[in-house]
Write a protein of this length. Structure first.
Length: 295
């Protein structure tokens, strides 16, 4: 029997705070990816930083309960990252956040582990773009650009990527296809564009594959995109057929929409929100994780 694919998720984490429900849930693109890839059958690990506070302990406990390796999870002084969310008609609206201690550069030990994995996943929220060449020299890179569709950013990131993913809900099919093809032309081996209720398309050496979304009465769409990316990455690493990969990812994302939070594990909200920042302010002022001395 062949071994499971192995994926390390490096970077961001948050607790997602639902103020109207007084609940918080573990989350963040990389934490979600580690959990959803694990649920899709991969062996996964998460490398990031939290604090020894209620939020940090919740993230660590949830990862352990989900079977994710947390041996590279750092405990730092300060505050665990948080994001404040409101739900409107089953969809989620991001109100503000604070990144706390979550933006970190990989340590020597982190880098030493990468060659033991089939892929590393990270993304725009982790602010480690300067490290992508180093990552790509050690293993395959999966990267989530989310709603960033800027051609210059794509040109910078795509050459290092095995899989480059985008979120493009509400985008016309022609625009989504053009986005995926731009990523491929810039060097990504595979490009995934999720389009919310319109489904998703995957572009690679085998051409274009697309499937419609699965209709569900969504409770909370938080984490659906991360579910999709994780499931697709596991399928690609496992050399499955693109159509089968997308169908499995669609089923998994639909299930995610039926639960509160990205992947459950609710806890009473106990986070100091006094230092909340707007998302625009965060992306404008956050410094990248320390760049490597040599790339």
């Amino acid at each position: 029997m062949s071994r499971s694919v192995r994926i390390l998720a490096f970077g961001d984490n948050v607790v997602d705070c639902y103020r109207d429900q007084n609940l918080m849930f573990p989350g963040g693109n990389c934490v979600n990816h580690a959990v959803f890839a694990r649920r899709a059958g991969a062996d996964t690990a998460y490398a990031g930083a939290v604090c020894d506070d209620d939020a940090g302990r919740l993230i660590r406990r949830a990862l352990i309960e989900e079977g994710v390796d947390v041996s590279s999870l750092r405990i730092e002084p300060g505050q665990t990252a948080y994001c404040v969310i409101e739900t409107q008609d089953g969809d989620r609206v991001f109100v503000g956040a604070n990144l706390g201690v979550s933006i970190i550069a990989p340590s020597g030990d982190d880098l030493a582990r990468l060659s033991d994995f089939d892929a590393v996943h990270t993304g725009r929220s982790s602010h480690v773009d300067a490290w992508l060449p180093r990552f790509a020299g050690l293993t395959k890179v999966s990267y989530d650009l989310a709603t960033v569709h800027d051609p210059e950013r794509i040109e910078q990131v795509a050459p290092h990527c095995f899989l480059l993913a985008f979120s493009a809900g509400g985008t016309a099919r022609e625009e989504a296809l053009e986005l995926a093809q731009r990523a491929r032309a810039a060097g990504a081996r595979w490009s995934l564009v999720t389009r919310g209720v319109e489904g998703a398309l995957l572009v690679g050496e085998a051409g274009v594959c697309e499937v419609p979304a699965q209709a569900v009465d969504a409770v909370d769409t938080l984490g659906a995109g991360d579910t999709y990316i994780a499931s697709v990455l596991v399928g690609l690493l496992d050399n499955r057929h693109p159509e089968a990969i997308l169908k499995e990812a669609t089923d998994a994302a639909a299930k995610t929409c039926l639960m509160r939070g990205a992947f459950g594990h609710a806890a009473p909200m106990s986070v100091d929100l006094s230092n909340i920042m707007s998302l625009e302010e965060i992306y404008r002022t956050t410094s990248p994780a320390g760049a490597p001395a040599e790339i």
